[in-house]
Write a protein that binds this ligand. Structure first.
Ligand code: G16
Ligand code: MG
Length: 221
């Protein structure tokens, strides 16, 4: 039986993943009159703010000074945070509240392993923060996703080895990070895109305690 649950935030707990991309689109439209294609959403999902900006600039073949880079990253966050002002518990994805309750009943502690520096703010707005025994600060880990650092740190904060944990993710970078950490990867999203996970469900509503237990057993066969 698994002993801990490691959660990604955007796209797993809350429907905020698309807001990150909308903020990037607004930024690039304003400064460069460029309309970002949707394929960039997959490439920036789960990836840190600076790495996402670099990916977008490379894709658009734009070079900026280090000062402008810092300004663009900060402005994207201002746009993103303006979208978050409206956030309430209605933005919790389907089935997540039930899953958190099931984990509590089964005495499984929760840790947040999000790449987002807005994690604590978002958990507060959703009214979910008290459910988390640990919230990792992504600025304190050496390497961002797809490196395993934040999932290892999250498991260790619960006093656990990642091998005894399950991790939930909606991004390719995040699934790689969970797999490398040794935890059991449970993916939410496109089965082809996220095929490296132990199981993939197409919607958070399908994340039952039984499904997760079965996945953990499967990964440890
Ligand atoms: C999230 C998003 C990414 C975003 C990153 C950093 O990660 O998926 O798109 O770039 O956080 O967010 P911020 O700019 O708020 O620090 P996760 O790991 O929760 O999916
Ligand atoms: Mg995510």
């Amino acid at each position: 039986m698994f002993k801990g649950a490691l959660f990604d935030l955007d796209g797993v707990i809350a429907d905020t993943a698309i807001l990150h991309f909308k903020a990037w689109q607004q930024l690039m439209r304003t400064h460069f009159k460029i309309e970002l294609p949707l394929e960039l959403e997959t490439k920036t999902k789960g990836v840190s703010r600076n790495d996402s900006l670099q990916t977008i600039l490379n894709f658009c073949e734009i070079k900026v000074s280090s000062t402008q880079f810092i300004q663009l990253a900060a402005e994207k966050n201002t746009i993103y945070q303006s979208f978050l002002t409206e956030l309430t518990s209605t933005n919790i994805l389907p089935g997540i509240t039930r899953l958190i309750n099931d984990l509590r009943v089964n005495h499984i502690p929760l840790a947040l392993a999000s790449a987002s520096q807005n994690g604590p703010l978002i958990l507060d707005k959703l009214g979910l923060r008290h459910n988390f025994a640990a919230i990792e600060d992504p600025s304190q880990v050496k390497h961002g996703k797809p490196a395993p650092d934040i999932f290892i740190a999250a498991a260790n904060s619960l006093g656990l080895d990642p091998i005894d944990c399950v991790g939930f993710e909606d991004s390719i970078a995040g699934i790689t990070a969970i797999n490398t950490s040794g935890a059991t990867a449970i993916a939410i999203g496109n089965a082809t895109e996220l095929k490296a996970a132990t199981i993939v469900v197409n919607n958070t509503d399908k994340l039952s305690f039984n499904t997760i237990t079965t996945a953990f057993i499967e990964a440890h066969k």
